[in-house]
Design a protein around this ligand. Sequence first.
Ligand code: 0O2
Length: 234
Amino acid sequence: MNANPNPNGELSQIAINAPAEFEVPELLADHPQQFRESMMRYTCAIREVKTKLEVLNDDLSVRNSRNPIEMMKTRVKKPESIIEKLQRRGLPVTIESMERNLDDVAGVRVVCSFIDDIYDISRMLAHQDDIKVVAVKDYIRSPKENGYRSYHMIVEIPVFFADRKRDMRVEVQIRTIAMDFWASLEHQLKYKKQMSPEDAQEMENDLRECAETIAQTDWRMVDIRRKIEDKGIL
Ligand code: 0O2
C-alpha cells in the first residue's frame, strides 16, 4: 500500500494550531489541569459541530447556488458566566457539576440568510446519525416576552480523544441576520440601565415592536426569494 498520498512524493503537511490557553477562575482553581482539559474538550466538540455545519453549507450551496449560512460564531462560555449560572441554579461550583449540569459551555451560533434556512439546517443536523438532540427551544415559533427570536438546540456529539470517546454537549443557536442584529443590540442596550422606569419600559416596548417588524420582514424576504426562484432566476 502506498502510504504517501501526495503524487509529488512529498508528505502533505497539515498545520495544527496550538491548543488555546484557558484562564482558570479562582472558584474552580482546585484542579487547574482538570479545568483546562475540560475546556479543551468543549473546544474540540465545537470544532466537530462547526465542521458538520460547514459541510451542510457547502453541499447546499452547490445544490442551490446560494449559501444558507451567512456566518458562524463559536465560543466557550466565559468562566464568570459558568460560575454565575451554577450559583444562580444553586448548584455546586465544581468542574463535575459544570459538566453534568450545563449544556451551553460549548456554543455555536449560526446566522442564516433566510428564516426557512434555519429549519432546513436544524433538521439536517438533527438527522445525522452521530448527533443526538437533547433539547430544542424554538424561540421563533414561541418568541420570548421581550421579542427575542432564535432556534436553540442542545446536541450531543461523540468526540474521540487520546484515551477515550466522550459524548459532548454543544448549544447551537440558529437565527437570521435580522434576528442576530436585534439580539446584539438588545444585549448592548440591556446593560445601559441608568434610566427611569418609564424610559426603561418605553425601550422594552420599542424593542418588542422592532422584533415584530423584523419577524415580518424575515418572512417577506422568503416570499421575495421564492418569487425569484419560481421565475428561474436564482
Ligand atoms: P452567554 O454565555 O453569555 O452566551 P438561562 O436563561 O441562561 O438560565 P438557558 O435555558 O440556558 O437558561 O437559556 P436559553 O433560553 O436557552 O438562552 C441562552 C442563550 O440564548 C443566552 O446565553 C443568549 O445567548 C441567548 N438569549 C436568550 N434570551 C435572550 C434575550 O432575551 N436576548 C438576547 N440578546 N439573547 C438571549 P447567555 O445565558 O447570555 O450566556
